[in-house]
Design a protein around this ligand. Structure first.
Ligand SMILES: [Mg+2]
Length: 170
């Protein structure tokens, strides 16, 4: 019984892939495998917390993702609609803000509305406890990237330490 729970937790926490940054994601290989949808986190994955727009480098990356044939959707837990809306416009994509990751109810509704094939979807984010759990719960291919801003607040540092500890135990 306990073994079963451990197995479920491990399944939810284990990213399918770990990359140093989004630029290191092997896009061509994943596209070749049939993946054509990308859910992507914003804060600290594409944009540092204190920035309101994408850097030129990240803009170029998004253009590359799109040119390979991926449909990109933002899945952000940030509650600032204006900020996320502005970033989404800059990226030329749609998606969800205040998505309540790791819970998937909101995301599932969005998926239904957009007829998204989860088996062909990637889920990219910097947090094990929100992005990776949500992505695994949805049975997407999950990719953990290093957070852009490594100078985190006390609470976030604690969370990051816990995530690193969990990763080392998987
Ligand atoms: Mg994030």
């Amino acid at each position: 019984m306990i073994k079963d729970y451990f197995h479920i937790i491990k399944t939810l926490l284990q990213p399918n892939q770990i990359c140093e940054s989004v630029e290191d994601i092997p896009l061509e290989a994943l596209r070749y495998k049939g993946y054509h949808v990308m859910f992507v986190d914003i804060d600290n994955t594409l944009v540092p917390y204190d920035k309101r727009s994408l850097s030129l480098q990240k803009m170029q990356w998004i253009e590359q993702v799109k040119s390979l044939g991926f449909t990109v959707y933002i899945v952000s837990n940030n509650s600032s609609h204006r900020r996320i809306q502005k970033i989404a416009e800059q990226m030329g994509v749609s998606g969800l803000y205040f998505s309540m990751k790791p819970f998937t109810m909101g995301i599932r509704e969005f998926i239904k509305e957009h007829y998204i094939d989860l088996e062909k979807s990637l889920f990219v984010g910097d947090k094990l406890l929100t992005d990776i759990i949500a992505g695994n719960w949805l049975r997407t291919h999950t990719i953990l990237v290093d957070p852009l801003d490594k100078k985190l607040s006390f609470f976030k540092t604690m969370q990051r330490d816990m995530e690193l500890f969990l990763l080392s135990k998987l």
